[in-house]
Write a protein that binds this ligand. Structure first.
Ligand code: FES
Length: 223
């Protein structure tokens, strides 16, 4: 390790010197920690690498992603292990109106008192707003504001009522697809595919040579 531009941080309870400019996960690797669990995409997308940190001179503990949080001098940081949260089991296809079952599937949602402790999302989702909309049966608002969820579970780790907002929201998103948002033309196309309507055409395209395929694609583009 080149100590020329090193800074001191407290990582997993130990004061260490690390080169500046690294992320939390890179710092762990740089200092010989064999971190495999809690590391996935390294791009802020998989939600595996949740961390809790306190910046120098700050009074507020913050939450984030270890692959995105860049260290700075005086930072105190730990990685959060997997946080347990309840995942309900349900079969959407057995329900006529899945959203009507929300209250039985995730009954804890209705104990939410809007304390906003869940607003620690590394994707800047206003989780409390999503939960309030869900409770108020404004399911479109709930889903519109949760689309960036990466299922990291930080919100669930903060909820004093034991609600797992990420799972509640996922149920609502799935239920909405079943109930409302499935466009009729998509329905039609899927049933056409199920009835193998395009099999012959597919076989014809699969048998085409490069030139024939190219001119076929041109024809489609002009259509
Ligand atoms: S490793 Fe995937 S979000 Fe950090």
């Amino acid at each position: 390790m080149n100590l020329a531009n090193s800074i001191t941080i407290e990582l997993e309870g130990r004061k260490i010197k690390v080169p500046e400019g690294l992320t939390v996960i890179e710092s762990l690797w740089d200092t010989g920690h064999d971190v495999k669990r809690g590391v996935g995409c390294l791009s802020g997308l998989c939600g595996a690498c949740t961390v809790v940190y306190l910046e120098k001179d700050s009074k507020k503990v913050r939450f984030g992603l270890g692959c995105q949080k860049v260290i700075e001098d005086g930072l105190i940081v730990i990685m959060l292990p997997y946080f347990p949260s309840r995942v309900a089991h349900y079969l959407l296809t057995s329900m006529d109106s899945p959203l009507q079952h929300l209250a039985e599937i995730y009954s804890e949602l209705y104990t939410c008192n809007d304390c906003k402790a869940c607003n620690v999302c590394p994707e800047w989702i206003d989780v409390a707003r999503v939960m309030k909309a869900a409770k108020d049966e404004d399911y479109e608002t709930a889903t519109n504001h949760i689309t960036d969820c990466i299922m990291c579970g930080l919100c669930a780790s903060r909820c004093p009522k034991g609600i797992a907002p990420q799972h509640v929201a996922l149920f609502i998103q799935r239920a909405l697809v079943v109930e409302r948002l499935f466009p009729p033309n998509l329905h039609q196309r899927l049933s056409e595919m199920e009835s193998l309507k395009f099999e012959q055409e597919l076989a014809r395209v699969a048998a085409m040579g490069t030139d024939e395929l190219e001119s076929y694609c041109h024809t489609l583009g002009e259509a």
